[in-house]
Design a protein around this ligand. Structure first.
Ligand SMILES: [Zn+2]
Ligand SMILES: [Zn+2]
Length: 287
């Protein structure tokens, strides 16, 4: 008798492929745990496409790194990203997303996220600025998402601490992103470190599933309680992207409908990776 093939399209028998994971999920669900739906577990074919999109996304941020310096406008960086992604066969995910007018979001100093690049006088980067460049790339219908901080010239000690601690918050989140652990483990690890340094965690925005769409379930909070929330299962692709404020956690949206700033005017930092949950720990797909 023919063996039943796995739903994931691997061509392997179901019992040698995802049955092991499906059985584990069923047991956890029966215990009342929140578990991912099947569409949150990527197939080998999807993963192949997501890996390529993520690699191009990482290369786009590497390209930004070559050019970003005092005197450049965020608008110029946006054009560099656009040209790079298009010339490599991709499409910037941000462009036209809910009407977003540019190819990337660039958030300077007290801008928490979703800053719109431009060529206005205040869009010129200057020494002392801390800058987040957040890029999503679509390639052959698959998505990769990452962001990095860039420090322009010499920055002050407090800002350096904010940028470095936020990076370490991401690392702590990654360490906590273990198969058969919980989403709450990630948020708890991030918030613990941020609070230890007297910083606060933005709660309104978070990471997310990604890969087949730009924003998928689940929502990945950067605060939370250990052993709560959705169980992390091998094959899930999510972003971790803590937004950490130097002062209080309050934020507001500007009249442009996009730009998010800290209420207290203090600075904010963010780092983001796209990762794949595996039995051997998280695999970084885009950084
Ligand atoms: Zn399978
Ligand atoms: Zn994201």
């Amino acid at each position: 008798m023919e063996k039943e093939l796995c739903w994931c399209g691997s061509g392997h028998a179901y019992e040698d492929c995802h049955k092991i994971i499906d059985d584990k999920i069923a047991i956890l669900a029966a215990q009342g745990k929140e578990v991912p739906t099947r569409d949150m577990i990527k197939t080998p074919e999807q993963l192949e496409g997501i890996r390529k999109a993520c690699a191009l996304n990482t290369a786009a941020l590497d390209e930004v790194e070559k050019h970003i310096k005092a005197g450049i406008t965020t608008g110029e960086l946006d054009r560099i990203i656009y040209e790079f992604i298009i010339s490599h066969g991709g499409v910037p995910g941000d462009l036209g997303y809910y009407g977003f007018p540019k190819s990337v979001t660039i958030s300077v100093n007290d801008v928490v996220c979703h800053g719109i690049p431009g060529d206005r006088p205040y869009d010129v980067l200057k020494p002392g600025d801390i800058v987040n460049v957040d890029c999503t790339t679509v390639l052959d219908g698959y998505y990769g998402d990452a962001s990095r901080m860039f420090c322009i010239g010499k920055i002050n000690k407090k800002d350096k601490e904010l940028v470095d601690v936020t990076k370490e918050c991401l690392n702590r989140g990654l360490q906590a992103a273990q198969a058969w652990g919980y989403l709450g483990d990630i948020g708890a690890a991030i918030a613990q470190l941020a609070h230890k340094h007297g910083f606060s965690v933005v709660e309104e925005f978070g990471g997310h599933g990604v890969g087949v769409d730009m924003h998928e379930e689940p929502f990945v909070a950067h605060y939370g309680k250990r052993k709560t929330g959705m169980v992390l299962v091998p094959g899930m692709v999510i972003t971790i992207e803590p937004m950490i404020n130097a002062g209080r956690k309050g934020i507001y949206e500007e009249e442009d409908g996009w730009t998010i700033r800290t209420q207290d005017g203090k600075k904010s930092a963010q780092w983001e990776h796209t990762i794949l949950i595996t039995e051997n720990g998280p695999e970084i797909l885009s950084y």
